[in-house]
Design a protein around this ligand. Structure first.
Ligand SMILES: [Zn+2]
Length: 535
């Protein structure tokens, strides 16, 4: 559905005129609306950005709560307040948005509306709003809004003259759409879960893919979200008890594909339920470097609720619901891959919360808007999507953090050639050559450990290593070498991963694999020693 159609903006309110010409569609209107004033003007691409207030007029970019981006559908809206509610004459007024795109004819959009009271920013039906389309959202685009009497014959001479134009001088002002290209590239890795007979494979339809794409698009400052589904699935044959055990496998797929550092890999598994031991998604908290590329891996349970047919009613049919919770989870898990920690909210049990979140109780703090689902999310009734609380949406705080990360990664994506000679994804040779043979262990909350041998980047941040966790390599009763583990806690705040670069003396290739022939012993922070068994 197009933004304009969904917002009830008809073609007749969308006239194009040459600059300086009388604006078609507004010529027959009455004069400036009387007895009423425009307050805030907001441009909303997901997280609302107030561009003008009654007190401060048009706001400079530095004075704004968040950035706007070019090439993205946007909602423009303004709120109104009655100068004197007791003396108000309820009647139709016409809101007018004038859009001046450099090098293009001026566009005028109007919306009529019977005004009975102050507008309610929580309710699109109770205010003046307009679409501004992606191809109109350019760095030089200017807008002007005004409020006119719809019917010139209504006598409103008893009402005073309020603030009915923004900017007040009648000239359009620069919206402030940025000039940065922002995209996300995500590869979905389906899991063939062969523990079940027949094996379960996530049934991701084109509609489901579109929901996943829109979910990510709506809550990230991007022009595009590019999703591909990997042809070759991951095979998982054991009963899965910790979703985190999928992460090394997803990372392995990522390495095998030679994916560039900016690409996200995301496993999707159907476990015939909504979660694995109450965990619906899991991810590494990923840093902002290219060397962290392998950690742009996550896993989400793909689940569509099935409502069975009513056995009493022969007419009824089984209903498969859209994977709404999966969409929310995957946005949240990719958020962890973007480096975001949790946001605390009342009554929820998230750990590793980010103390710098600015709004109380994980609330949104601003108005959210879905450019595809056309929903308004109120500042005090919605929570940031990195919280565990309901009615989740993107706050302006998370929007800004995402902007930083997406801008950085998009820069890598465009700087490096995206594909090799056969169309396969390639990695910068300088990065690939830094990979060393490694052991990666997933330490589940139930005490089980899953260890896999795979290449990894050498530990680059000393702060992330723990001298307390080591793995020793023994042969014939003698200690050959030991290595310090890089420790990470996954996004469920309980599963840990240990990464150990295999010391050169312990690198034996051959039938037994890269660490073959050695006895491996892990010594943990408490000094406990236990054997490490490779998968
Ligand atoms: Zn989380």
């Amino acid at each position: 559905m197009a933004l304009g159609a969904a917002l009830g903006v008809s073609g007749c309110g969308d006239d194009t005129v040459e600059p300086g010409e009388v604006e078609a569609g507004t010529a027959e209107l009455g004069g400036p609306a009387r007895g009423i004033s425009i307050t805030d003007v907001e441009v909303n691409q997901g997280a609302g950005v107030v561009v003008a207030t009654a007190e401060d007029g048009w706001l400079d970019l530095e004075a704004r709560n968040a950035r706007l981006i070019h090439g993205r559908d946007s909602l423009v809206r303004f709120q109104v307040v009655l100068d004197d509610p007791a003396g108000w004459i309820p009647r139709s007024l016409t809101g007018v948005l004038r859009i001046e795109v450099p090098g293009q004819p001026t566009v005028v959009r109007t919306r009529d509306f019977v005004v009975e009271q102050d507008s309610d920013p929580r309710d699109l039906d109770e205010q003046f709003y307009f679409p501004l389309y992606a191809d109109e959202a350019l760095p030089g685009t200017k807008i002007h809004v005004e409020l006119r009497e719809t019917d010139a014959s209504v006598d409103v001479s008893a009402l005073g003259q309020g603030r009915t134009q923004v900017p007040a001088n009648g000239e359009a002002a620069t919206v402030g759409f940025g000039d940065v290209d922002l995209e996300m590239d995500i590869v979905i890795v389906p899991v063939h879960y062969t523990y079940f007979d027949p094996p379960r494979v996530p049934d991701i339809t084109d509609e489901d893919l579109e929901l996943l794409r829109e979910g990510m698009l709506q809550q990230n400052p991007v022009q595009a979200v590019n999703i591909t589904v990997r042809d070759e699935p991951i095979i998982y044959s054991q009963q899965i008890t910790d979703l985190g055990t999928l992460l090394p496998m997803t990372r392995q797929a990522r390495i095998a594909d030679g994916a560039p550092p900016h690409v996200y890999y995301h496993a999707m598994i159907d476990v015939n339920g909504s979660a694995v031991n109450d965990v619906a998604g899991i991810a590494w908290l990923t840093g902002a470097t290219q060397e962290d590329g392998d950690l742009r891996s996550a896993a989400t349970v793909f689940h569509k609720r099935i409502i069975p047919a009513d056995p009493e009613d022969p007419e009824s049919e089984e209903v498969i619901q859209p994977p709404s919770n999966t969409v929310s989870t995957w946005v949240h898990e990719v958020g962890h891959n973007q480096g975001f920690r949790h946001v605390e909210c009342q009554g929820a049990t998230s750990a590793n919360n980010d103390p710098s979140y600015p709004y109380e109780d994980g609330k949104l703090g601003i108005y959210g808007f879905g450019i595809r689902n056309f929903r308004i999310f109120a500042p005090s009734a919605s929570h940031d999507y990195m919280s565990y609380c309901g009615n989740a949406w993107v706050s302006d705080w998370t929007w800004e953090k995402a902007h930083e990360r997406v801008e950085l990664l998009t820069g890598w994506g465009t700087a490096a050639p995206p594909s090799g000679p056969d169309g396969a994804l390639t990695i910068e040779p300088s990065l690939a050559s830094q990979r060393e043979p490694a052991l990666i262990g997933v330490l589940s909350v139930d005490g089980t450990e899953t260890w896999t041998a795979m290449p990894a980047f050498p530990v680059v941040t000393p702060a992330s290593t723990s001298a307390l966790e080591t793995v020793e390599f023994w042969a014939d009763g003698a200690l050959v070498d030991s290595a310090v583990a890089e420790v990470a806690t996954l996004s469920d705040d309980r599963t840990r991963t240990l990464t150990v670069i295999i010391p050169p003396k312990a690198r034996v290739s051959g039938a037994q694999g890269v660490a073959g022939g050695f006895e491996l012993v892990r010594q943990d922070a408490q000094g406990q020693r236990r054997a490490v068994l490779l998968d």
